[in-house]
Design a protein around this ligand. Sequence first.
Ligand code: CA
Length: 226
Amino acid sequence: MNKIIAVVEDEPDILHLVSINLEKSGFKVKGFEDGNSFLKGIKETTPALIILDLMLPDIDGLEICKLLKKDDKTASIPVIMLTAKGEETDKIVGLELGADDYVTKPFSPRELVARVKAVLRRRDPEKMSKNIEIADILVIDLEKYEVTLEGKPLELTTTEFKILEMLAKKRKWVFTREQILDYLWGEEKAVIDRTIDVHIRHLRTKLGKAGSWIKNIRGIGYKLEA
Ligand code: CA
């Protein structure tokens, strides 16, 4: 599920630029051009993070920050402030009010996106690490045991999932068939190691264009390299 980022910014050009760049990085964006519409909007949808311009036409951004931090429903949502040059005191007040970070205008959208990711990672290191992402298209969800390729779910058997998980956790690392068997069945294993080849063949087919990432190292075993 894509995380929702609320962007509160009265300058349409900046709002547009920020939105496009966040969407490119896989976020969903809800844009607001003033404080009041944002305060109304946040009652309907809880975003994963808020990007808040401090200079808004109706309500001061710092005032909004204060309101957010006072309300139990919104207090834990991370806030990144957008500040203009020379608003040093605002930055400090904002951070004291509980904002997580700030970006000074003019900023590069790329930098802002990087900050967004960093704040989310800091907030939720556990959850973020439950997904393995490869080359931006293959996502392995270790909690739900789901694999998606370019957003489309793949139907893997438990064995295929575990092989993929093992290879993906230590990319470029060559695993022997023996090691893969051990990982899959431990001491219980009663199968010959060529069984692995069959599972790998099925897994490759199901992975489609990502299938070629699983490489056979002759005489040794397998590795995953995107
Ligand atoms: Ca502004």
